[in-house]
Design a protein around this ligand. Structure first.
Ligand SMILES: C[S@@+](CC[C@H](N)C(=O)[O-])C[C@H]1O[C@@H](n2cnc3c(N)ncnc32)[C@H](O)[C@@H]1O
Length: 203
């Protein structure tokens, strides 16, 4: 199921910008994994919000690796092209839309500007293989994906996320996705009104 849209659950994304970004931007690079990204609105929304907060000079150091099981085998092209039909972009705030989207040659389609597009790369990946795509992420965003898994699978995937984060890295999930008890000891909650967690040091 690939239901998604631009600026979905803005509250969680704003919490990331408010509470995780100040620590993350102290490093030379910000590496982000968006796990279960669907056809791109989520990683592109995050990229736009980060660019707004940190300015386009430092934004060059942001890399978002977006992954999805991509059952339809379509997301690679959609994400690389970053071209979306009018109905998918019309609810984006007007000022943001004017700044980050341009009209595409294809009628009623809009393309995300290159600066944002180049910050997001895509690869197919099945979270349930439990093979991570890296171990240097400052932030892992996994929203509206874990609800499709059973509790044992959720625990193993979250352990994989833990191993994929740098010391003090952040994990963000959707508002309704609580951390299973078995992995609570691995993270500290960052705020009370979003599922944003900070990796605890290995003891
Ligand atoms: C409801 S969409 C969520 C998209 C986006 N994260 C959001 O919140 O708007 C769920 C996504 O999870 C992906 N997914 C489901 N099982 C997966 C798996 N085992 N590994 C990777 N992605 C998976 C689906 O292909 C789908 O694109």
């Amino acid at each position: 199921m690939a239901f998604t849209y631009f600026f979905r659950d803005l509250q969680t994304l704003e919490m990331i910008c408010d509470h995780a970004l100040p620590t993350l931007r102290a490093k030379s690079h910000i590496n982000i994994w968006d796990a279960g990204c669907a056809m791109g609105p989520e990683p592109y929304t995050l990229a736009i919000l980060l660019s707004e907060r940190i300015g386009h000079m430092y934004f060059r150091n942001v890399k978002i690796k977006a992954t999805d099981i991509d059952g339809s085998n379509l997301f690679d092209t959609i994400i690389k092209d970053a071209i979306y039909p009018r109905e998918q972009v019309e609810r984006i705030p007007k000022d943001i839309f004017a700044k980050y989207f341009v009209k595409d040659e294809k009628e009623d389609h809009y393309r995300i500007i290159d600066e944002i597009r180049k910050a997001v790369s895509f690869r197919r990946h099945d979270l349930l293989t439990l093979n991570s795509i890296g171990n240097d992420f400052g932030l892992i965003l996994c929203k509206n994906v874990l609800l499709h898994f059973n509790e044992a699978q959720r625990i193993e995937v979250i352990k994989m996320f833990y191993d994929s984060l740098i010391e003090g890295g952040y994990l963000a999930m959707e508002q309704t996705q609580k951390l299973p008890k078995d992995v609570e000891h691995l993270f500290d909650p960052v705020v009370s009104n979003a599922q944003l967690f900070k990796k605890r040091p290995i003891e």
